[in-house]
Design a protein around this ligand. Structure first.
Ligand code: HEM
Length: 134
C-alpha cells in the first residue's frame, strides 16, 4: 500500500468514526460514544501520520497561501480537541456542561471538516517534488 492509499483509507475511516461519534452523541448512547471517540482519535493520529508522509513528496510551498492556512487550521484544530474531551467528561454528570459540550463538539466537527477541505485543496494545488527532493 502506498502512503497515498493508506492516507485515503485513514481519512475515510476517520470521517466514518466522526459520524459514529456524532450519532452516538445525539442518541445519548454513552457506552458507544466514548469508545467511538477513542477510536476516532486513534484513526485521526494514523491519518495525520500518513498525510505528513504523503506531503514530503509534494512542493507544499508552491501551493501558495492555502498551505499556511491549512497548517495553522490543522494545528489549531488538534489542540482545540481538548475542549470537547474536557467538557465531555464534565457532561457525564452535569446538564449545564452537557449544553456546553454540545456547542464545543459541533464547533470541532465544523473545524475538522474545514481542515479536511483545506488539506485536500492544498494537496491538489501542490506540484510533486522531483525524486531528488528539489
Ligand atoms: C472522552 C470525550 C467525550 C465524552 C466523555 C463525551 C460525552 C458526551 C456526553 C455525556 C454527551 C451527552 C449525551 C449523553 O447524555 O450521553 C455527549 C454528546 C455529544 N458529543 Fe460527546 N463526549 C466526548 C467527546 C466528544 C467529541 C470529541 C465529539 C466530537 C467532536 C463529541 C460529539 C458529541 C456530540 C455531537 C454530541 C451530541 C450533542 C447534541 O445533542 O447536539 N463528543 N458527549
Amino acid at each position: 500500500m502506498t502512503d497515498a492509499q493508506a492516507f485515503l483509507a485513514g481519512l475515510v475511516t476517520t470521517v466514518a468514526l466522526l459520524g459514529g461519534v456524532i450519532v452516538s452523541g445525539l442518541r445519548e448512547a454513552r457506552r458507544a460514544h466514548i469508545p467511538l471517540v477513542l477510536c476516532f482519535f486513534a484513526s485521526l493520529a494514523l491519518t495525520i501520520y500518513y498525510a505528513e508522509r504523503m506531503g514530503r513528496a509534494l512542493d507544499l510551498e508552491a501551493a501558495g497561501w492555502i498551505t499556511p492556512v491549512h497548517l495553522g487550521l490543522a494545528k489549531g484544530t488538534t489542540v482545540a480537541y481538548v475542549l470537547p474531551v474536557a467538557t465531555g467528561f464534565l457532561a457525564l454528570s452535569s446538564e449545564r456542561w452537557k449544553a456546553r459540550h454540545k456547542v464545543l463538539a459541533w464547533l470541532l466537527v465544523a473545524l475538522t471538516l474545514l481542515t479536511v477541505g483545506t488539506g485536500a485543496w492544498m494537496a491538489l494545488s501542490a506540484p510533486p517534488l522531483d525524486p531528488a527532493g528539489r
